[in-house]
Design a protein around this ligand. Structure first.
Ligand code: ZN
Length: 155
């Protein structure tokens, strides 16, 4: 198969549907999953994307938190290799935070996974650990980076 398929969801639509209540949101997520399943009958290469206000696409996954208090949202760049957001969605503020990450990423920035500072996504990143990106601009960051690398065995 030389192509991959994908389901594209508009970020603001996702937030809008969430705002209409839990049952409605669950139905939407089910619809997305069903569409993805149908695509898998054609190609095993399929992704669920969210698009932001700039029209950029990001790979994402959203799962219910076990205690039912909200959702766990995970967003990567469109190749799935760079983690952009990982957090719980329980309030509208959480959605705003996730949306901010997508917007700033489109504008050229990423939040460092070590210290949490916003840095230039090309020049500001000095350390990579799978989907994690680290600026290594301070001791806290270097320490977190070192720890994260310990969890992966090197080849
Ligand atoms: Zn940092």
């Amino acid at each position: 198969m030389i192509f991959k398929l994908g389901v594209i969801v508009d970020f603001s639509d996702l937030v809008f549907q969430w705002g209409k209540g839990k049952d409605n949101f669950e139905r939407c997520l089910e619809e997305i999953r069903e569409t993805e399943e149908r695509q898998k009958e054609i190609s095993h290469r399929t992704n669920i994307y969210v698009s932001n206000i700039f029209g950029d696409l990001f790979v994402f996954s959203i799962d219910k938190i076990e205690d039912g208090s909200g959702y766990s949202l995970h967003i990567w760049d469109n190749s799935g290799s760079e983690r952009i957001f990982l957090g719980s969605i329980k309030t509208e503020k959480n959605w705003e935070e996730a949306g901010k990450h997508l917007e700033r990423y489109s504008l050229g920035e990423i939040k460092c996974h070590g210290c949490g500072n916003w840095v230039d996504k090309k020049d500001g990143i000095k350390g990579y650990c799978y989907a994690g990106r680290y600026c290594l601009g301070n001791e806290e960051c270097k320490e977190t980076y070192k720890e994260s690398r310990k969890h992966f065995t090197t080849f």
